[in-house]
Design a protein around this ligand. Structure first.
Ligand code: FES
Ligand SMILES: [Fe+2]
Length: 414
């Protein structure tokens, strides 16, 4: 049986097959990654639909950057991000959670801030000599919204549109047609790079997932489950996973699909229903796509669903993974129950991936093996380290010139 050839887009030819994997998980490397990768990248931190009206906010802890942020929708409808710190004496302004306020008040001495970040209340104001409230607004962090995804950047060198490249306008309305059906976070004893890597190749699916999803991918015409399409961008990667047209329907699947949309697996689609970014090569045996939003996010996009996995490193050997699953909005109880099958199956599959991560990290930490030799089917992993190494080596100005992104004005000093 002939193998399916992967259609590559982007520079896959110059990738080195050897990766010094052991050195990617050290504490020294992580200290550099925190400053030169995480502080300079656009980072996904939540969906804008959570902010339903002016004054709606949520607190987002970012232990990777030792920061706490308040994400808030202004009276002008715009979503902004601020450091969660009171401009009086630096108290944490909101301890945790979410809510909706016309003014965010500090519990320490009662100062208040508008949803746009302006300082609007200074209690016992006359006791502050030559007070200028306009200089005491909340400290902003660059924040942009893409199709409902909120991104922040602590030291932006380009716009979010430039950062996302082709993807910026390829998903109109796609994500907004889904609603959240599951979310959880889990702390794993593993390096964050290994976490991202384990979701950006399909080579492992024949083995790790042989019991949970034995025949979703590949099949007789593609037994090694080669990706039909793989795209390497300046920072990100995107590939399509191959559906198995000969999948044997289980009794549970038959029941789920009787009542709801066929979410997974599904092998035949009308491509004209899909936006340009989903199944971008229009592969005929298509299951779903996997997108690495560099550095720490993996997004899976399917016909009736999408999933977002975000990896927040706490240390070189500890990572919090946040999983969010979204699916079509159900019209009745049957569809809702049908989604439950997808939800519980997905959780089992994810547990298998996470379990391997801890074992891999522990084994690599022994130092016994310095380099790993990777397949062309693992090109997204090779590219991940090529991009990361580039950011670690460059000074910010050189990096900016190399990628040629649209410049942002320098942040206003307060
Ligand atoms: S620290 Fe917030 S009002 Fe004093
Ligand atoms: Fe997996």
């Amino acid at each position: 049986m002939d193998d399916v050839e992967t259609q590559f887009r982007g520079d896959a030819e110059t990738l080195e097959a050897w990766v010094p994997l052991q050195e990617k998980i050290t504490a020294e490397r992580f200290a550099a990654e925190r400053e030169k990768i995480f502080r300079r990248s656009w980072l996904y931190i939540g969906k804008a639909t959570a902010l339903t009206q002016p004054g709606s906010y949520f607190v987002k802890e970012l232990p990777t950057l030792n920061a706490s942020l308040i994400i808030v929708r202004g009276t002008d409808g715009r979503v902004r991000a601020f450091h969660n710190i009171c401009r009086h004496r630096g108290n944490k302004l909101i301890r945790e959670g979410s809510g909706c306020e016309t003014a965010i008040r500090c519990g320490f001495h009662g100062w208040g801030f508008s949803p746009e970040g302006a300082c609007i209340v200074v209690t016992d104001e006359h006791q502050f000599p030559s007070l200028d409230k306009s200089k005491l607004g909340l400290i902003a962090v660059a924040c942009e919204v893409w199709n409902d995804f909120i991104f922040v950047n602590f030291a932006p060198e380009q716009t979010l549109a430039a950062w996302l490249e082709d993807m910026w306008d390829q998903y109109p309305g796609y994500f907004q047609q889904h609603e959240k059906i599951a979310s959880y976070s889990v702390e794993i004893e593993s390096n964050w790079n290994l976490g991202v890597n384990s979701f950006t190749e399909g080579y492992h699916t024949l083995y790790i997932h042989r019991n949970t999803v034995p025949d979703y991918q590949g099949g007789k015409t593609n037994p090694q489950r080669h990706r039909p399409y793989m795209q390497l961008m300046k920072h990100h990667t995107r590939y399509s996973a191959p559906a198995n047209p000969d999948h044997h329907e289980t009794p549970a699947e038959a029941l789920a699909w009787k009542h709801g949309h066929k979410m997974l697996p599904a092998a035949t689609f009308r491509h004209d229903d899909l936006v340009a970014g989903v199944n971008p090569s229009r592969a005929d045996k298509w299951l779903f796509d996997v997108v690495e939003l560099f550095p720490n996010n993996v997004m899976l996009t399917g016909q009736y669903w999408h999933m977002v996995l975000t990896f927040w490193p706490l240390a070189a050997n500890r990572t919090v993974m946040v999983q969010e699953a979204f699916a079509y909005k159900p019209k009745n109880m049957g569809e809702r129950l049908s989604q439950e099958f997808f939800r519980s199956r997905g959780r089992e599959v994810l547990r298998e991936d996470l379990n391997t991560l801890e074992a891999q990290h522990a084994a690599l930490s022994s130092g016994a093996m310095k380099h790993a030799y990777l397949s062309r089917q693992e090109a997204a992993i090779l590219h991940h380290y090529r991009v990361a190494d580039g950011m670690l080596q460059d000074d910010p100005q050189a990096w900016f010139e190399r990628i040629g992104g649209a410049a942002l004005p320098p942040q206003e000093k307060r």
